[in-house]
Design a protein around this ligand. Structure first.
Ligand code: ATP
Ligand code: MG
Ligand code: FE
Length: 350
């Protein structure tokens, strides 16, 4: 199956062409991402109206580039996939409407992909992970632990009750005067910092359900920063290192809890799949690698460029759905909110 995938839910305009073979393996033929980071950087976060306008301006050339560099012609495609949510609605409309127009004109099936499902399934493109697996989705907008038992079969085990982890990285960076996006900046600063200098809280550590809370940790960073202001470079580095260590500890504890829960429900996970932008963090990867091994499974994590938003993950999720006969009609609505558990799968009772 050959799929075109379109992603516009946040601040990346992206398109890709991906092949999925009958044996379940996949190849990325092209993957074009145009990040709007510099458009939003002056505001310290994504501005929805700027985002939708920027998507409109470049979407056609991005799709053209994706097709050209894949050397696949429109007529050769088996389907057109687009992220139909969740995300900033203006952006979602741009991508989904463009996909509908192409699908209609080229007489190809449309696959309306849930952006979170795309993050969830990406490890199967790069790493052939069988079901079931435990998904840790940690991005700018989401923090969830999900038992994945099949395409369209997602059981949420836990999530954040306040901020997402990527958001906590971004806010911490802003507080400490580091550039946006905060994740890479905090990680870089942490490298020369002393993680033991500040004793920061680990909210919900040890709780029997794998939920997260980040706001107390964020506040603790602010209070420590206020105490020692004005901040020297070394203070910033030490705060970043202490913050990152707390996040890593939390992730390790919550993942151990989720692995235990899955086993209690008779599901032996083939992998711990790490997805979303925070998955690019080396300290997070190193620790979860060990947590997975200690928990009798392994860590599967896509390369960093497939952890953050991209078109290949949408094309791949579209291919996984199309392989099961799951397509959508042109009346499909864009959705700002679309929890993973509400994604439809195959109705095996039929
Ligand atoms: P969502 O996928 O939930 O809609 P999003 O598009 O903002 O949200 P991604 O693009 O997957 O999410 O990831 C961006 C987030 O990942 C940002 O919050 C960013 O700070 C964080 N991030 C990126 N690199 C790193 C890193 N090296 N360490 C920690 N966090 C990181
Ligand atoms: Mg993004
Ligand atoms: Fe994302």
């Amino acid at each position: 199956l050959l799929l075109l995938g379109i992603e516009t839910t946040c601040d990346e305009t992206a398109a890709a062409v991906v092949r999925r073979r009958a044996d379940g393996s996949g190849t990325i033929l092209s993957n074009i991402v145009r990040s709007q980071t510099s458009d939003h950087a002056p505001y310290g976060g994504v501005v929805p109206e700027i985002a939708s306008r920027a998507h409109v301006e470049v979407i056609d050339t991005i799709i053209e580039q994706a097709l050209r560099s894949s050397a696949v012609k429109l007529v050769e495609l088996d389907g057109i996939a687009a992220a139909a949510g969740p995300g900033l609605i203006g952006g979602v409309i741009v991508g989904l409407t463009t996909a509908k127009a192409i699908a209609l004109a080229a007489r190809k099936p449309l696959i309306a992909v849930n952006h979170l499902e795309a993050h969830a399934l990406t490890a199967r493109l790069t790493d052939a992970v069988p079901f079931p697996f435990l998904l840790l989705l940690v991005s700018g907008g989401h923090t969830q632990l999900v038992a994945v038992t099949g395409v369209g079969e997602y059981v949420k085990l836990g999530g954040t009750i306040d901020d997402a982890i990527g958001e906590a990285f971004d806010k911490t960076a802003k507080m400490l005067g580091l550039p946006y996006p905060g994740g890479p900046a905090v990680e870089a600063a942490a490298r020369t910092g002393d993680a033991l200098r500040f004793a920061l809280p680990r909210p919900l550590y040890g709780r029997p359900t794998p939920d997260f809370s980040l706001s107390g940790l964020k506040t603790a960073v602010r209070l420590e920063a206020l105490k020692i202001a004005p901040l020297a470079d070394q203070d910033v580095a030490d705060l970043c290192a202490s913050f990152q260590a707390a996040v890593v500890d939390l992730l390790a504890d919550r993942v151990r809890c989720a692995l235990r829960l899955m086993r209690e429900h008779g599901l032996a996970p083939h992998a711990l799949v790490l997805a979303g932008g925070v998955g690019a963090n080396q300290a997070v990867r190193r620790t979860l690698h060990k947590v997975a091994a200690d928990g009798g499974t392994r860590l599967a994590v896509p390369p960093p460029e497939l952890c953050t938003d991209n078109g290949a993950m949408i094309a791949w999720a579209g291919a996984e759905r199309l392989a099961l006969g799951l397509t959508d009609d042109l009346a499909t609505s864009p959705r700002a909110r679309w929890p993973l558990e509400e994604v439809a799968g195959v109705d095996w009772a039929d």
